[in-house]
Design a protein around this ligand. Sequence first.
Ligand code: NAD
Length: 391
Amino acid sequence: MVTSIVSPRLLLVGGGAVAQVADVLAKLGLSRPLVVTDPFMVSSGMVARVLAPLAAKGITAPVFSETVPDPTDTVIEAGVALLGGLEVDCLIGFGGGSPMDTAKAMAILAAARGMDGQAKMRDWKAPAAADMAALPIIAIPTTAGTGSEVTRFTVVTDTERSEKMLIAGLAALPAAAIVDHTLTHSVPPRTTADTGVDSLTHALEAYVSKRANTYSDTMALRAMALIGPNVRTAYAEPGNEAAREAMMLGATLAGLAFSNASVALVHGMSRPIGAHFHVAHGLSNAMLLPAVTRFSLSAALPRYADAARAIGVATADEGDQAAAAKLVAELEAMNRDLAVPSPRAYGLDERKWNELLALMADQALASGSPGNNPRVPSRDEIIAIYRDAWG
Ligand code: NAD
């Protein structure tokens, strides 16, 4: 069997790495970036962490800061329209997953329009392969996180159809990533928790995925070992340098894991919640993680047991059954400690939730992610898990 492994050409990892952004561009032969970020990065002044080192090397970069949480096709269209009037040779995605994904999607849509002037974002929804030549991306995450800095994915909401589309291909894979945990010190506790559980979910789903391989396993186990023991500390002590560093590295390794395996049922079920109820991506993952793990456990007991040991809640001499049970207990405890609400406690409209269950189950199945789960659910089983997770 042949395994295909992808990762950025260059990964710069460590505190203060963002100061070397101009050197990274130079190494790739690039010099005319557009910085794609969000309004908070500009209003808070954080964007200067990228613009100042560029300016010091004589590069004045234009900034597109209209990205929104959970990027939409309409924002991507606006970004591509801006690109048309600029002479840029790369995009720097600076921020959480939303700005990084916006930069990726802009590169893909701009390249697609070069082939077909009428191309739309939804034309490139998976299973289409966005492997075309496109503007290179330099990804600089400020949350820990989506792992988008190292993945071959971008997620874009189709506003007409209320659907979060997964777009996959080499054009979405950054040419370089700068992974600097000092950029995450200002992330508020709620976002720290949501993004932290998102990265744990990536690692766990990659590890139990039917498409797991030796490379993704290595990344996933190390990611879980970094994230599991540190997520509560990063949440409770935002200035804890060691916890922030572990979380950032863990998120990037988790990104490498799922980009080279896949995500599975949690992500498949989570995207419809994001699209219909506008719940933050990491939070909707966290709401589902214990229920989906309970459902899937029996189909991959040794793998879930390994995960419990990697996180540090089970010991090497404990049997798989006991270790896997401890994993579920830990995921429930983590949600309590990180104040993750159930959909009901979060205030979602119960009638709308119940009315949408069948549609959400169809959308989850259509995304393909549930097919990678160790236990592949039927439509009715997905509906039952949504009911279980309601709270
Ligand atoms: P986000 O990018 O939407 O950011 C959430 C909030 O945190 C924003 O208000 C932002 O301004 C703020 N923020 C970011 N960095 C900060 C900092 N250092 N200090 C203070 N505030 C900060 O959230 P996210 O969870 O990072 O990304 C979510 C998006 O990523 C979703 O659209 C999701 O679908 C996508 N995603 C993509 C991939 C992929 O492989 N491409 C993987 C997982 C998730």
